[in-house]
Design a protein. Structure first.
Length: 250
């Protein structure tokens, strides 16, 4: 089951890359299921799952009796989005998703709670390499957004995730901190689920903010390590450039 999941995610990522590179340009129709299955050497059901993920991400639109068409929804086309830092994005998610969790705790339906539990189970099962726009992490937060039954909140959270997944330096920062401490990541999501399942709005808010606090600390640690490594790299370059041996042997 896990291998099958990674297979459709792999196809999802490959098609996404082809869309981003322009090989599948905006407005164009994707090749047929048969052609895609032959190109990626996978079954047609796997292609269908990848297309469903692409449609959920709003990268494509499926038109009955016509085909699958590429959409233009990449937030990196927006000058505003390109200037956002990973820390700014995380701060916005703290504020918006914290309140979304509190509202979801009061508004969530039984069916939505089952969806949230399923996303949590998938989150525990998936590998770090599967953290993506189509993965269980995004689906978990998407269900919470939908459980607010507020379309403005839903749209804002979707936009923040789109920025996170489509701007490389933010995506890599998020993925690296998730990979650094998988156990804390799972514990945080479990605490969020438990609070929402209990209908405890204040605890749901606290749990969501605690989750982002853990992410923020991990991001600070990663940023500090990168700064130290960059300083060491520059110092090594200076040492090599201005060593006594280099001066004497010139």
């Amino acid at each position: 089951m896990a291998n099958k999941k990674r297979l459709y995610l792999s196809v999802f990522k490959e098609i996404s890359s082809l869309i981003q590179s322009g090989e599948f340009p905006v407005g164009s129709r994707l090749p047929t299921e048969r052609e895609l299955s032959e190109r990626f050497n996978v079954s047609r059901p796997t292609i269908r799952e990848a297309i469903i993920a692409l449609e959920a991400k709003e990268k494509v639109a499926v038109k009955p009796n016509s085909g699958v068409y590429v959409l233009d929804n990449n937030p990196t086309n927006d000058d505003f989005s390109r200037g956002i830092s990973a820390f700014e994005l995380l701060e916005a998610r703290v504020l918006i998703e914290g309140e979304a969790a509190a509202l979801a705790a009061r508004m969530i339906s039984e069916d939505e709670l089952k969806e949230l539990a399923a996303a949590l189970n998938d989150l525990e099962a998936e590998g770090v390499e599967d953290i993506s726009s189509s993965g269980a992490d995004r689906r978990f937060h998407k269900v919470i957004a939908e459980a607010t039954h507020n379309r403005v909140i839903m749209k804002q959270i979707q936009y923040l995730w789109d920025i996170q997944e489509n701007i490389d330096y933010i995506h890599h920062a998020h993925q690296s901190v998730c990979a650094a401490d998988a156990s804390t990541r799972i514990a945080d999501h479990t605490a969020i689920y438990d609070a929402i399942a209990d209908g405890n709005a204040s605890e749901a808010r606290r749990a969501m903010r605690s989750h982002f606090s853990d992410l923020l600390e991990a991001m600070h640690d990663a940023s500090e390590r990168e700064a130290v490594e960059e300083t060491r790299r520059k110092a090594a370059q200076l040492r090599e450039r201005f060593s006594i041996g280099e001066v004497v042997n010139f």
